[in-house]
Design a protein around this ligand. Structure first.
Ligand code: SF4
Length: 703
């Protein structure tokens, strides 16, 4: 007896045998439950005495025993907490372990499969020999096609009802093989059975001596088991990166593959590489600390031999077989939300631990799986399935589902609610979406130059900025943001430092669900209050605020040249620090964007008097300052009226929020920006993010 044991202990018992997950599909009355009951019995998988007890109960009620009672009884017991999950029943054949996945209905099955709640490697389709192909049979064939399940056996059931007639079997066999061929499916076997009496399930019987093929159990043993997850290339989605004593520990669960200390890995989507220095496993008994290897299914921490930047959402992959990193994905999705998915919809895309804003750029093959009716419209309605092309705001590392089921799935959410899920069909790398390589040390920042070749583009952009400014000038900040978004093709980035103006802009973007990527420069020197506000803002608005970190190599160079706190010593050193911690990371983030949003106001300082509502910056990007003509009082009043969460430092006299070592409270009567780089002359208080080319190059030269 080996069935209905705790799943973990079952997994432990059988971990060395090939495992195959099978879904049994077919029309509701064609004998699915009977076949499952019979399979459990024939493989000795029923609890001791269960069958006799059920037969006795049936007898007392004056009814003939039916195998389907068995599943009903187990289901009832499960509902009462007596036995375990009947949605995933395990049993053993001669050659392998089998997990039967319940398919309660086509919609549930499809949803479970595409969202990852269930995974089937192969299918058994059951057909009643008397009734032949029914509508539901066709639908299930189509679903298997949609889900890419290619391993399939057909069983023709209830042969006892037709006197085990070979001719009737051949008729149904021919029809179903033809039907499945229309979906691109070829059954490996077509097996005649009587699940009720046992013929053809575990044994051939004289009643069907004309049949020379395998039994159902033999057919199951002929399926190719899915490749064990440990045999696939390494995929370790990063859950967190911790600083622990003097080590930086990267934590996550190995989804596929494995790693050894000393392996060279790549961190995607940036494509940086490092060697595994140590593996930290937890919880682990003392004797097992610091293992030398880890494999699929284990949650581990690891350290690397070089201090490359790794953050939550990155994917650690095998150097020799990396995943792909791209901004364009095609996926087959099952849509759960009552609002249909339409072309142009803004969605949040999650692949493993990674998240990115995305836009649906195409929809095709939308189908109602209940009716098999293709939809002409370019929408996917609730509980329907369809193929979509998504353009992401930033590259995400993933695999196609057929190559790696763990990193080949995505989840779509809208406004923080899971709205769909799907299988990744293709990943399209393009210019600007190829893995970003770590720039060489001392590399100058990538700033577009207005040489002769791009002069005309610069002029066109300047004209465009002027036109946009005329269009937006009379609008409110919210309308400016929405209209700007509508006018610009491509990615727009809002760079926030969590100051008063930035918090108001964040509120407007979230309140109007505007598809603008939000990012912040984590210089490593922010105030604790700023980190707390960051978390609070993400929670309140349900929008991710992406961290942009400096390149470690640049910080090393900076520290070597100017010392850790050299920014106090000279203006050149300060600009160099701002360059390494802010300007270069921002340039990296804005690469490939069409425009960015900032919280500048014209009356903040003498330097900002000439700030335009829409300008073209030196990266040849459009730059929108939606609050340019608001006073600080107006911004404060708006924030108060709309309960915008603000940095508590404002209440302590910190008017402008920046890095902790470079920002102080201002004294009464001092100008707004006096607290930033207070040791520097007024009129020079910009970090290079908004500075002139001359200052920017001074920063680059100093780093
Ligand atoms: Fe460095 Fe200060 Fe600039 Fe922050 S504000 S990057 S600490 S110089």
């Amino acid at each position: 007896m080996n069935m209905l044991v705790d799943e973990r202990s079952a997994r432990d018992q059988v971990s060395r045998r090939p495992l195959i997950r099978i879904v049994i599909v077919g029309h509701v009355d064609h004998g699915k439950s009977t076949l499952i009951g019979r399979l459990l019995h024939e493989t000795g998988s029923l609890p001791d005495g269960k069958l006799d007890a059920l037969k006795a109960v049936s007898g007392r009620r004056g009814r003939d025993f039916e195998w389907s009672f068995l599943l009903d009884a187990l289901q009832t017991e499960r509902d009462q907490g007596i036995t375990l999950d009947t949605s995933q029943i395990r049993f053993r054949t001669a050659a392998r372990d089998v997990v039967l996945i319940d398919a309660p209905g086509h919609a549930e099955f499809l949803r479970n499969m595409v969202t990852g709640a269930a995974q089937a490697d192969a299918a058994v389709m059951i057909v009643d020999v008397s009734e032949g192909i029914k509508e539901q049979t066709r639908r299930h064939g189509y679903l298997l096609h949609l889900l890419g399940i290619r391993e399939l056996a057909v069983v023709i059931n209830k042969m006892d009802r037709v006197g085990f007639a070979q001719s009737r079997f051949r008729d149904v066999e021919t029809a179903i093989v033809k039907q499945l061929a229309g979906f691109g499916l070829t059954p490996s076997e077509v097996v005649p059975i009587s699940a009720r009496h046992g013929d053809g399930v575990a044994q051939r019987t004289v009643a069907m001596s004309w049949y020379g093929g395998p039994t159902v159990l033999e057919a199951l043993d002929r399926f190719s088991p899915a490749k064990p997850l440990a045999d696939l290339p390494l995929r370790l989605p990063v859950q967190a990166a911790y600083k622990f004593d003097d080590r930086r520990i990267i934590a996550g669960r190995i989804e596929t593959g494995g790693l050894d200390v000393g392996d060279v890995i790549t961190v995607l989507p940036r494509g940086t590489t490092a060697r595994v220095q140590s593996i930290e496993a937890w919880p682990a008994p003392e004797a097992l600390r610091a293992p030398r290897a880890a494999h699929a299914g284990q949650s581990i921490g690891l350290t690397l031999d070089r201090p490359i930047f790794v953050e939550r959402g990155d994917l650690i992959a095998a150097m020799e077989a990396p995943a792909r990193a791209a901004r364009h994905l095609r996926a087959r999705v099952f849509w759960l939300s009552d609002a249909p998915l339409a072309v142009g919809a803004a969605v949040n895309v999650r692949v493993g631990m990674a998240e990115a804003r995305g836009s649906v750029v195409a929809i095709s093959d939308a189908v109602d799986p209940g009716l098999l009716s293709p939809s002409e419209a370019d929408i996917i309605a609730q509980n329907h399935v369809g193929e979509i092309a998504i353009e992401l705001s930033q590259p995400v590392a993933a695999d196609v589902h057929s190559g790696n089921p763990r990193t080949g799935r995505l989840v779509l959410d809208v406004a923080g609610r899971i709205s769909g899920g799907g299988l990744i069909l293709s990943i399209e790398e393009d210019r600007g979406t190829a893995p970003e390589r770590a720039p060489a040390q001392h590399a100058p920042p990538a700033i577009a130059r207005f040489d002769d070749g791009v002069r005309s583009r610069g002029e066109k952009l300047a004209q465009r900025a002027a036109r946009l400014e005329a269009l937006l000038a009379s609008l409110s900040p919210a309308e400016r943001l929405m209209r700007f978004r509508a006018e610009i093709d491509g990615r727009i980035v809002f760079a926030t430092s969590f100051g008063l103006e930035d918090q108001v802009i964040l509120y407007l973007i979230a309140a109007h669900a505007i598809d603008i990527e939000i990012a912040t420069l984590d210089t490593g020197r922010l105030f604790p209050e700023t980190y707390a506000l960051w978390a609070e803002s993400e929670r309140r608005y349900g929008r991710r605020i992406r961290a942009i970190y400096p390149q470690h190599e640049n910080l090393e160079t900076l520290a070597a040249k100017h010392g850790i706190n050299g920014f106090y010593d000279s203006r050149q050193a300060r600009l160099a620090c701002c360059h390494a911690r802010k300007v270069e990371p921002l340039n990296r983030t804005l690469a490939g964007a069409a425009a960015w949003i900032v919280g500048l106001r014209a009356d903040q300082s003498s330097q900002r008097e000439s700030t335009r509502l829409v300008a073209v910056d030196e990266r040849a990007l459009l730059k929108l300052s939606p609050l340019v003509d608001w006073s600080r009082d107006t911004v404060s009043a708006f924030a108060a009226a709309n309960q915008v969460p603000l940095n508590p430092l404002h209440g302590k006299g910190f008017v402008s929020i920046g890095c902790a070592p470079c920002t102080r409270a201002i004294a009464p009567g001092e100008p707004e920006r006096a607290g930033r780089w207070w040791w520097e002359e007024d009129g020079h208080k910009e970090c290079g993010l908004h500075a002139t080319a001359e200052r920017r190059s001074a920063g680059a030269a100093g780093s």
